[in-house]
Design a binder for this molecule. Structure first.
Ligand SMILES: Nc1ncnc2c1ncn2[C@@H]1O[C@H](COP(=O)(O)OP(=O)(O)OP(=O)(O)O)[C@@H](O)[C@H]1O
Ligand SMILES: [Mg+2]
Length: 352
């Protein structure tokens, strides 16, 4: 396996800058997630690394060596696409063996069988080896696609939203399996998704991409607990972070159009007006709470409940564990955990 480095990659298409000075490095054996909304440039980043697309500026290095002049085949990468691209008339076995039968490899059939069976075992598709792929379920097909990538023992895995076409349950199951597989194989993996849950649960580190630019790189904790911008703060976390306008007034912070006043934080130099981010789990109902509001909606999810609380002209989301007994119209008291607030300037940049 290899480490990967992108240095100042820029890629233009007619009328759009898909990647704008993108730099990051993936350590050997790391599970690195590229997270961003549609059109952010995620697939373009993978295609540039794979050599399927040539960047206009910048360099891609594997193990410190530039690979810009290598063909996709010579880069020795495995690419798993969002749409499985299997050969429908071949069996699962032959689909898995296909990349090993390339004339360039000249692997003996016994070695091919060993690798196919090992990959099939890891992905729990051994029982499917003699089936044709045309009539497999979506989850089975995606397992075969991943299997086809791992039999090759490539330098790097590139995965472009491989789970997004699966139903929620299957997605969760494959997410866990993929994570387990990656950890046991120690394979350097770049995994693309627009799903923040996938990113938070699977990544060693996450790079957040928007409009072709890297906004923040960090561990899931960094991204969740210290978002660099309001964009990142709103991208990760369900339910969404509460983002409210605030101003300093005398010795308190006043949340606009409400009666909510918070203490001025020490060690943070705040401008006159700014934004406060409050995670829903930090809005805590409490009979002795400092603030009061009205419950305007409840979303019971079983393991937790989302309460929509209207306080003056501000509506806040509160996430409480278990099934809440609050009902619409209740007056509810709550606290805001002062120590866990996020402050952003009016441009959306974190103030710290
Ligand atoms: N071959 C191309 N020709 C022209 N424009 C392109 C081409 N490929 C990508 N783009 C544009 O580049 C930008 C980034 O596209 P890209 O496919 O990398 O986004 P993405 O983050 O993968 O989005 P999604 O989540 O929808 O897959 C988009 O504006 C897209 O329209
Ligand atoms: Mg894409």
């Amino acid at each position: 396996m290899s480490d990967v480095e992108l240095q100042h990659i820029t890629k233009h298409f007619p009328g759009v800058t898909a990647l704008d000075d993108v730099s990051f490095s993936i350590r050997d054996g790391e599970f690195f997630v590229l997270l961003g909304p549609t059109g952010a440039g995620k697939t373009t980043t993978l295609r540039v690394i794979a050599g399927l697309e040539r960047q206009d500026e910048g360099t891609v290095l594997f193990d410190g060596e530039p690979v810009d002049d290598l063909t996709p085949a010579d880069r020795d990468i495995a690419f798993v696409f969002q749409q499985y691209s299997l050969y429908p008339t071949m069996t699962v076995y032959d689909n898995l063996a296909f990349p090993l039968r390339s004339p360039l490899r000249r692997l003996p059939e016994a070695e091919i069988r060993r690798r196919v069976e090992e990959a099939a075992g890891k992905l729990r598709i051994t029982h499917l080896l003699e089936r044709k792929t045309a009539n497999l379920s979506g989850g089975e097909m995606q397992r075969v696609s991943i299997g086809r990538a791992i039999v090759r023992e490539p330098r790097i895995f590139l995965m472009d939203e491989p789970l997004s076409n699966l139903d929620a349950k299957l997605r969760e199951a494959l997410r866990v399996e993929l994570q387990h597989l990656q950890k046991t194989q120690g394979s350097t993996t770049l995994f693309v998704t627009h799903d923040q849950i996938e990113a938070l649960t699977m990544a060693d580190r996450i790079a957040v991409l928007n409009h072709g630019r890297i906004i923040q790189i960090g561990t899931p904790e960094d991204i969740y607990d210290r978002p660099a911008t309001t964009f990142v703060a709103q991208l990760v976390g369900t339910p969404r972070i509460n983002l409210v306008e605030a101003a300093r007034e005398n010795n308190t912070l006043h949340i606009r159009s409400s009666e909510l006043h918070l203490p001025v934080p020490e060690e943070i130099d705040l401008p006159a007006t700014f934004l406060i981010g409050v995670r829903p789990e930090d809005v805590r109902p409490d009979p002795a709470g400092e603030f009061v509001g009205e419950v305007i909606l409840t979303e019971p999810l079983g393991v937790e409940t989302i309460l929509h609380i209207q306080s003056g002209g501000q509506s806040l989301l509160s996430l409480v564990s278990g099934m809440s007994d609050a009902v619409i119209g209740d007056q509810i008291r709550f606290n805001i955990v002062h120590t866990r607030l996020h402050y952003f300037d009016t441009e959306g940049k974190r103030i710290s």
